[in-house]
Every structure is written in C-alpha cells, then in structure tokens.
Ligand binder design. Sequence first.
Ligand code: FES
Ligand code: FES
Length: 153
Amino acid sequence: MNPSFSTTINGQNQEVQVKSNQTLLEFLRDDLKLKGAVEGCSVGVCGSCTVLIDGKPVSSCLTLASNIEGHEVTTIEGLSQNGDLDPVQQAFLKHQAFQCGYCTTGMIMAVKGLFNAHPHPTEEQARDYLSGNLCRCGTYKEVLAAVAELANE
Ligand code: FES
Ligand code: FES
C-alpha cells in the first residue's frame, strides 16, 4: 500500500499519498504539478532538481517522496510572496544570472539554502555551496555576482 502522511509543501500543510518507490522530483512534478524543479542527470550530479527540505537544499531526484513526512518542502513556486519575487530571484534577474534557464530553478534554490545557512556568505562559501549545481551555459560569474550583492545587504 502506498504511504500517506502529512507534510508541508510551500507553506501549505497537506495530506499526501506517494508511491513507495517514487522520488520527490517525480512526486512534485507528476502528482503536484509543480514543474519548477527539473530533471537533468537523475543521479544527483547536476543540481537542476534542487528543492529545500527544512531549509536545506537536496537533490529531489535522489530523495524518496516518502522521506518528506513531517518535513517542510520548499520549491521555486513557493518563493514569491504576494506576487513579489524573492530577493534571490530579483538578484538573478538584475545580474542576468541565467541563459537557457534549465539550471536556474535549482541554482536559485541552492542559493536560498546558502543564505539559510550563512546569512552573509563569503565567495568561498558560495562556491562551495553551489559546487553541486552545474550550468552548461556558464553563468557562474553572474550567479556569484548576484550572491555577492545579496551577501552585502
Ligand atoms: S536531476 Fe537531480 S541532481 Fe541532476
Ligand atoms: S542557464 Fe543554461 S544551463 Fe544554466
């Protein structure tokens, strides 16, 4: 029988039912229709599927959906408040820290996790935190510029 339990997704407490072998990425995209986290490598290498669990970034392709019982999951869809983009999203826009955008939702969620752990991160901390997020368009310099601006606020 598929597990059902209570969890919080983007601030909404809800009862969910997941398949026992379903990844969190599959559950978010297929069942909840939250398409922001995207599949790149499927093996925990690229970071495009990054979401937050209890404020910490995880690769949702490697996380079983059944593991979110009692936890708080945040996806890119949960960042804007009352129609206003999150400051990280605004900084990405300002610094044009994306090209094709495929990695961008995962990158933004990883940056959110960075600031949750380090409110004023150094560049070294930022590089370390983002080392699991790959961008084939090579926007690393712009991403670090967005992070640096936020770190100095
Ligand atoms: S799709 Fe999850 S890390 Fe690449
Ligand atoms: S913006 Fe294209 S992969 Fe990062």
